[in-house]
Ligand binder design. Structure first.
Ligand SMILES: *Cc1c(COP(=O)(O)O)cnc(C)c1O
Length: 365
């Protein structure tokens, strides 16, 4: 048997007719740039996350960049974030002209340690970028307390966590702004690049809306230096269809996570994901840790089971950040995580046989 880490083709086949119809309606209308479907999806996503506004942009990366710029972050500022994430979380900080400040992660959740965030604040700090890694919320109570006490913006990186919650509140709607990615492999993925900013802040929404189209309210009379970064109408049409299935898919992921947890509970050498009781975890990834990670991954590969290491190199170990970032304290938990994590197939449409096969092969090792 072969169990890939993700089977997008299967998801596509399951809703192909609806998707084809939605895409055809865009082709018929030829309204490719900021067409009606973009507005419709923005309304849907605002409602879904519990935020007042949603602004469709070209990618999750651009959502981070434009949200930070709209929050006024720029040269001379410091932005506190995690080194255990995808590069986009912090290269966008550099792109604003600000300096990323890395704090270590909590080894239980792999998320930024709020206690260290508090320590890392200086008079240059302007924002915190918490990443809800693998679909589980950061401790947003503490992050929001620190932000209030120090007058900081909070730009949530929700690329992996759409539909996740903290104390019942939708991720993305808690901080100053939330940034979503519709990259094809995300829980809500389109057929290319896409992203969205959600926010309750009137001013930030207005500025972000300008930044995505060159910085003007009026196309031919521009106010500020902006970008060309809009969510395509075609992608919005795809996402409107897929959003209807997102809760069902996320529940499927949670069910698979429970099955894996039950199967691996007490298995020596494997630590299953630890869930914070205040978080609704939507398992973008199901990530175990083991000190024999590379051997386990090779074994699974030989048996036809896909797996991935998110992430093999912490950001502060990457050349880009050598002279551009500040490190607070040490980052040993993040470094240890890069050596021990392994994500297993958690495709909501995977069959019970496939799940049983993955379990058998992990246990077999
Ligand atoms: C995917 C991802 C991004 C970037 O999103 P893109 O849509 O690929 O630009 C940012 N942060 C995290 C944590 C991600 O997983």
């Amino acid at each position: 048997m072969n169990v890939p880490i993700l089977n997008l083709k299967r998801q596509y086949e399951s809703i192909k007719d609806e998707l084809t119809e939605a895409m055809n309606s865009v082709l018929e209308a030829q309204n490719f740039i900021l067409g009606a479907q973009v507005k419709e999806l923005e309304t849907d996503i605002a409602k879904y996350t519990g935020a007042k506004y949603a602004i469709g942009v070209g990618s999750g990366t651009d959502a981070l960049l434009l949200a930070m710029k709209a929050a006024g972050i720029g040269p001379g500022d410091e932005v506190i974030t995690t080194p255990f994430t995808f590069v986009a979380t912090a290269d966008t900080i550099l792109l604003t002209g600000a300096t990323p400040v890395f704090v270590d992660v909590d080894p239980k959740t792999f998320n930024m340690d709020a206690r260290l965030v508090r320590e890392a604040v200086t008079e240059k700090t302007r924002a915190i970028v918490p990443v809800h890694l693998y679909g589980q919320s950061v401790d947003m109570d503490e992050i929001m307390n620190i932000a209030r006490e120090n007058n900081l913006a909070v730009i949530e990186d929700v690329a992996q966590a759409i539909g996740g919650k903290w104390n019942g509140q939708g991720l993305g709607s808690i901080g100053t702004a939330g940034c979503l990615s519709f990259f094809p492999s995300k829980n809500l993925g389109c057929f290319g690049d896409g992203g969205m900013i959600v926010t309750n802040d009137d001013k930030l929404a207005e500025v972000a809306g300008m930044l995505r189209k060159h910085g003007g309210k009026d196309k031919y009379n521009v106010d500020i230096l902006g970008h060309n970064s809009r969510l395509d109408t075609l992608q919005a049409a795809v996402l409107i269809v897929k959003l209807k299935y997102l809760d069902e898919w996320n529940r499927g992921r949670q069910q698979l996570a429970r099955a894996y947890n039950d199967a691996f509970d007490g298995v020596e050498g494997i630590t299953t994901p630890i869930k914070d009781g205040r978080a609704e975890h939507i398992y973008h990834q199901y990530t175990i840790r083991t000190t024999k990670r590379d051997e386990l991954q090779a074994h699974l590969k030989a048996e036809g089971v896909g797996s991935m290491v998110y992430y093999p190199v912490a950001l502060h170990k990457q050349k880009l950040f050598n002279d551009t970032a500040r490190i607070h304290g040490n980052l040993t938990e993040a470094e240890r995580a890069t050596e021990e994590v392994l994500s297993l197939p958690i495709d909501p449409l995977q069959s019970e046989d496939e799940t049983a096969y993955v379990i058998e092969k992990v246990k077999g090792f």
